[in-house]
Every structure is written in structure tokens, then in C-alpha cells.
Design a protein around this ligand. Structure first.
Ligand SMILES: [Zn+2]
Length: 103
């Protein structure tokens, strides 16, 4: 998505609010303490052809907080559920062939 191409449908009609001039309302709650709450802003990318959307935490400080405080998901090697039909996810090899190497 960040490279301007939709990973779900291949369209180049991807828009982003990353250059917005107002605070992001789209956030993740990182922690809620007794006196302070902490949120990470999300940059959103939307494909205006199919509606697929992705969010990214972009602040290095927020990413470091998450790295230190959230639990790892771990790696699954079973890719059988990753098809465009059931989850808008594309097997890695197909994705690489569609968009070239990397974002
Ligand atoms: Zn799309």
C-alpha cells in the first residue's frame, strides 16, 4: 500500500492521510494509567477502487513502546488461509511478482 499499489486488487488508486494538518482521530490505545493515557496515531492508506485499508503506526517512540510492552504474535508457517478469496491476503510469491521487490 505504501508503494501506491493496493495489495488486495492491484489498483494504483491508493490515498493516504499521512500528510494531514490535523491530529489523527484514528488511534490505538497503548496504555491508560491513573493520570495519563497514551495513544499512537495511525496513518491510514485506502484503496479507492476496492475499499481495502491499512493503518500504520509511524512514530519511532510509539513503535518502541509497543516493542517493549506488547506480546509478540510469533510466526506461523501455515499459509493455507492466505488467499485473496478469504482474507484479502496474497501469498508472498504472488505479491512479489505483482509489485516487485519491497515497498
Ligand atoms: Zn484495491
Amino acid at each position: 500500500m505504501k508503494n501506491g499499489q493496493c495489495r488486495a486488487c492491484g489498483s494504483h488508486e491508493v490515498r493516504s492521510n499521512r500528510n494531514r494538518k490535523f491530529p489523527a482521530l484514528n488511534t490505538i490505545t497503548l496504555t491508560v494509567g491513573s493520570s495519563v493515557a497514551r495513544y499512537a496515531s495511525l496513518d491510514t492508506y485506502v484503496c479507492v477502487t476496492c475499499g481495502y485499508a491499512e493503518n500504520y503506526v509511524t512514530s519511532a517512540e510509539d513503535l518502541e513502546y509497543i516493542r517493549e510492552n506488547w506480546k509478540p504474535v510469533g510466526v506461523r508457517y501455515d499459509n493455507s488461509d492466505r488467499t485473496p478469496e478469504n482474507g484479502h491476503r496474497i501469498p508472498e510469491q504472488e505479491l512479489i511478482s505483482r509489485v516487485g521487490n519491497g515497498e
